[in-house]
Design a protein. Structure first.
Ligand SMILES: Cc1cc2nc3c(=O)[nH]c(=O)nc-3n(C[C@H](O)[C@H](O)[C@H](O)COP(=O)(O)OP(=O)(O)OC[C@H]3O[C@@H](n4cnc5c(N)ncnc54)[C@H](O)[C@@H]3O)c2cc1C
Length: 431
């Protein structure tokens, strides 16, 4: 048997907390353990934190990718007793208290699983093979390239029907991501295409938003769903509700009722499923591939393994279907678990998790957003201003905040960002 290769991280007198995932939950937790009596090791398969709520603006050429990601090492430059490892965790060995990664093994005293979720294609392999997901900054960049490349191709196609399939876009899923993408595409069609692609007729570009349920923004209030739909219809988006997409082969989108749309782009924003990690007992993996935890975020049946954020499923009276998979839950769980482990080290009692819902929002376009706040529901300009402020303040890093703010001002004033670049990664020839 091959010898186990261990990470070279010094042993210390204090217990070691290993956090898998530097997303909203893992990053918050690691930062909240600053000066705690623990050694903290953060492992992530990427060497950066991603701000997922603004992926769609990267895909729509509105923001640079570097302004919504943040290097994880930089985030912890000043934190003592902290180590980062860029590796993918493959397996947990709970008997030995060790994790296996693609770069070696590591022992833990406490293990925190904060691996988030990935796109859910609901087992439809054909859709998975051809649709465009948006669950990472690289997928958002790929989508940006694809939109721009297809417009370039369309310019040289004389046949009307054939050209349509290159310029029409289908978005599946009427949640916040689908609604935001549809709105941003409609604005791109109105303000950018007439300047950049004068030979194309913007009126010929169809943007379809397809939702399986009876309303848009199902997780928000009825009023917000209706308002979002009104905004989108007003912007010329073709909204189809109660419609299920059953297959897509890269050219033809087929619906359950037999209707079809010809499009070379199907953006899939119809749901997420927890990322997989092996080694946990099968009975703790529940609906949506989430990990069953108690009110202290502890994985059922374990003493020292916890799960937080999108991957965790904590069922309570208030949340019988577990918490929504949103940033606030991840942040609050990350913070509470850090505080609880500090309490534990001081011999104090740990506190159960209680989610403080600060509301939800979605933006449809300039001056158009909907917001369900704890004290009121807003739509239009004021909701949009709140959306801008909340997203700006939530970004990691002062430089990122400034860059995004500057970009937004320029985009608002000129309606003409200059990021419509087709940048294809190129693998160098072997020497
Ligand atoms: C397009 C989009 C828009 C969204 N918009 C909003 C919004 O407007 N408001 C809102 O509240 N929420 C929004 N969300 C949801 C929000 O982003 C998530 O709820 C949040 O990111 C969950 O945080 P997390 O820490 O659980 O997981 P993530 O933030 O997904 O972090 C998981 C981390 O784990 C790492 N990882 C995964 N597997 C492994 C492994 N095996 N080994 C090592 N590392 C691993 C990943 O690289 C990643 O860094 C949006 C999500 C998407 C995709």
């Amino acid at each position: 048997m091959a010898e186990k290769y261990y990470f070279s991280i010094p042993d210390t007198e204090v217990p070691r907390i290993v956090i898998i995932g530097g997303g909203f939950a893992g990053l918050k937790m690691a930062r909240s353990l600053r000066s705690a009596p623990y050694q903290v090791v953060l492992i992530d398969k990427n060497n950066y934190h991603q701000f997922q709520p603004l992926f769609y603006q990267v895909a729509m050429s509105g923001l640079e990718p570097s302004s919504i990601v943040f290097p994880l090492r930089k985030a912890f430059q000043k934190q003592k007793q902290f180590y980062f490892r860029n590796a993918e965790v493959i397996k947990i060995d709970s008997g030995l208290n060790e994790v296996q990664t693609d770069r070696g093994w590591l022992a833990y005293d406490y293990l925190i699983i904060a691996i988030g979720a990935d796109t859910n294609f609901f087992g439809n392999q054909m859709i998975a093979d051809h649709a465009l997901p948006m669950k990472s900054v690289s997928e958002a960049l790929y989508l940006r390239n694809k939109i721009l490349e297809d417009l370039e191709s369309a310019l040289n196609i004389r046949d009307y029907e054939e050209r349509q399939s290159w310029i029409d876009i289908v978005i599946v899923g009427g949640g916040p991501t689908g609604v935001e993408v549809a709105g941003a595409l409609a604005e791109m069609r109105k303000y950018i295409l007439p300047k950049d692609y004068k030979e194309l007729n913007p009126k010929e570009i169809d943007i379809h938003l397809i939702e399986a349920g009876p309303s848009l923004l199902a997780g928000m209030s009825e009023l917000s769903g209706q308002k979002a739909e009104e905004f989108l219809l007003d912007m010329g988006v073709l909204v189809k509700k109660n419609t299920q997409v059953t297959s897509y082969d890269g050219k033809t989108v087929t619906m359950k009722d037999g209707s079809v749309i010809q499009s070379r782009k199907l953006i899939w924003a119809a749901g997420v499923s927890g990322n997989k990690i092996s080694g946990l007992p099968a009975d703790v993996i529940v609906r949506g591939n989430r990990i069953k935890v108690d009110t202290f975020c502890k994985v059922e049946g374990s003493d020292n393994i916890y799960a937080i954020g999108d991957i965790a499923s904590m069922v309570s009276e208030a949340y019988p279907n577990a918490h929504p998979q949103v940033a606030q839950v991840a942040l609050q769980q990350g913070q509470l678990l850090a505080k609880n482990l500090i309490r534990k080290s001081n011999g104090q009692t740990e506190k159960p998790f209680k989610y403080v819902d600060k509301g939800s929002m979605a933006t449809i376009g300039k001056n158009k957003a909907v917001a369900d706040l704890p004290f009121m529901k807003l739509n239009g300009f004021f909701a949009w201003l709140i959306w801008l402020a909340v997203h700006l303040l939530s970004l990691i890093g002062v430089k990122n905040k400034l860059l995004v703010f500057l970009n937004w001002i320029i985009n608002y004033l000129t309606y003409d960002p200059s990021l419509r670049l087709i940048i294809r990664p190129r693998v160098p020839k072997k020497v």
